[in-house]
Design a protein around this ligand. Structure first.
Ligand SMILES: C[S@@+](CC[C@H](N)C(=O)[O-])C[C@H]1O[C@@H](n2cnc3c(N)ncnc32)[C@H](O)[C@@H]1O
Length: 246
């Protein structure tokens, strides 16, 4: 679950190197094909991996992201000129009439506060054309993913271009009801391992039950068409396919 970091400039620069396997995005590409979506809004686009992938396939893509450092990484990538990048969140988007809005890699869980969550669902709704879809994933709380968020189970060493070997691991900080806080640590091997040379990032995620999300979607005007499994993480994620009615 190295995905949950991309906020500051240090970790934003590391995000893609530490998340090379993006087979999680295959299912979203499949959804784009299945729905025949031509105009796609990627909410919480991070370093732009999915937005750029779709744009290269000919889609008209808008990527919105509140973390400036991640958006800067996205904007510097080859092909970035094909995507319309917006610094911000889904609450203040221009009229888009999108066929599809996505939130890949558990963006939904990063939106921990109720008002911001509802504002995101409503903002996505306004950005969709009637009949357009919102598709996103969220971890099943019953699987208690955080129980594996410890150094022993997450430790890894990755060769990062320009930096060399980077050690990384996650520590669980707190579980407070549906809110789970954890801290990623990154250490450049060449630097030695003094605390000052470590880069850390603490994040909190909200774990919502399937019925809670279904109710939230309905309250914001969506029809929940389907709740799928994530093929690359079977039994661990809910993938919501919701539609703005015609
Ligand atoms: C784990 S990253 C995933 C990035 C990207 N979707 C991907 O697949 O690589 C989660 C992203 O959600 C973004 N995020 C956090 N709060 C958000 C909000 N309220 N609205 C939109 N995005 C948000 C973070 O800045 C971060 O880039």
């Amino acid at each position: 679950m190295a995905e949950e970091m991309s906020g500051n400039s240090g970790t934003a620069a590391l995000y893609d190197a530490l998340n090379r396997d993006r087979s999680d995005l295959d299912a979203y590409v499949g959804v784009v094909e299945e729905l025949g979506a031509r105009r796609v809004l990627d909410i919480g686009c991070g370093t732009g991996v999915f937005a750029l992938l779709l744009a290269a396939r000919g889609a008209e893509v808008v990527g919105v992201e509140p973390a400036r450092a991640s958006l800067d990484v996205a904007r510097a990538k080859p092909g970035a000129g094909r995507v319309r990048w917006i610094h911000g969140d889904a609450t203040a988007l221009p009229p888009l009439r999108a066929d599809l809005a996505t939130m890949t890699a558990n963006v939904a869980q990063e939106i921990t506060e109720g008002p911001a969550w509802y504002a995101t669902l409503r903002g996505a709704y306004r950005a969709l054309r009637p009949g357009g879809h919102l598709v996103f994933e969220s971890r099943d709380p019953a699987r208690r993913a955080w129980e594996g968020w410890n150094r022993a189970e997450s430790y890894g060493v990755t060769d990062v271009p320009g930096l060399g070997s980077v050690e990384s691991w996650v520590d669980l900080v707190e579980v407070a009801g549906p809110l789970v806080t954890f801290r990623w640590t990154y250490v450049c091997a060449e630097d030695g391992a003094t605390p000052e040379e470590r880069l850390t990032e603490e994040s909190t995620l909200r774990f919502r039950a399937r019925t809670e999300i279904e109710d939230d979607l309905a309250a914001c005007g969506y029809e929940v068409r389907e709740v799928r499994d994530a093929a690359d993480r079977p039994g661990r994620e809910f993938v919501f396919v919701a539609r703005r009615p015609h």
